[in-house]
Design a protein around this ligand. Structure first.
Ligand SMILES: [Zn+2]
Ligand SMILES: [Zn+2]
Length: 261
């Protein structure tokens, strides 16, 4: 199975200062076969500006892609914040540039976000988690302009609760519906290795969700570190690949201009 890192941020994202060249160099050092840059674009992030200077982004990354083409395959993608309140802007944005690959992620729900915690105000953990999964389902049903769903279940990282762990039994139906919708639409799912910090043995989502995705007929999987600094590029990719192999997947998916290679 190929080793890829299909989720990484650079100084083109509002929350990173990383150099794309350093990411590429680290990816080569780690022996990755292919990487995809996926800087942020969110239309309603209440605190940081997640805008993307697409012209400069494509210009710089295209140059680097060519410069390093004999050593590693580099793709140019984006992580779009899926948000039903900004349907047209999001679709227009994705259509306006020739992205190789699009991660759809839920970062904001009704103008509130998770990192700084507004989303959790006046909600029990169960209420917050239910709303998160239900909104994720609404987004995957509503949007088509993405290729894989980003970091499903990373809500566990946030919230003012002593025990943030997700009681999966309560949301089995909703998560199943999310996975079935992805499969029906020909969309994939990523394992985001930033989850290893919290969970030690798996990323976001945990592997039994990936197992379920496969049982239901899903075939499109990617792996990404969500690196915001170059030292994290390629981190835990080998662990995820090993799990994918154990689950019986033949290979990860890679994309060119939004079409599976
Ligand atoms: Zn994200
Ligand atoms: Zn990200």
């Amino acid at each position: 199975m190929r080793h890829i890192d299909y989720h990484m941020h650079t100084a083109f994202s509002g929350d990173s200062e990383a150099s794309p060249r350093e990411h590429i160099k680290m990816a080569i050092k780690k022996g990755l076969d292919e990487i995809c840059f996926t800087d942020h674009r969110d239309f309603d992030y209440p605190i940081d500006a997640f805008e993307l200077d697409t012209e400069a982004y494509f210009k710089e990354l295209s140059k680097l892609k060519e410069e390093y083409q004999s050593q590693i395959t580099v793709k140019i993608g984006v992580e779009i914040g899926l948000d039903c309140d900004h349907y047209d802007e999001i679709n227009d944005f994705i259509k306006s540039s020739p992205y190789d690959f699009v991660i759809g992620s839920i970062h904001v729900i009704r103008h509130t976000e998770f990192y700084y915690g507004d989303f959790f105000k006046n909600k029990s953990k169960e209420e917050a988690h239910r709303e998160f999964f239900e909104e994720t389902l609404r987004c995957v049903k509503t949007f088509d302009c993405f290729d894989v769903l980003g970091h499903l279940d990373y809500i566990e990282r946030y919230g003012p609760y002593e025990d943030r762990s997700i009681d999966y039994d309560q949301y089995t139906d909703t998560i199943d519906e999310i996975l079935k919708t992805l499969i029906r639409k020909g969309k994939g799912i990523e394992v985001n290795t930033s989850g290893y910090k919290l969970r030690k043995t798996c990323g976001f989502p945990r592997f039994d969700i990936i197992k379920r995705y496969k049982e239901l007929g899903g075939e499109i999987i990617t792996v990404g570190t969500d690196a915001h600094t170059s030292d994290r590029v390629g981190e835990h990719v080998d662990d995820v690949i090993r799990h994918y192999e154990e689950l019986g997947f033949q290979d990860v998916s890679t994309f060119t201009k939004r079409v599976k290679d």
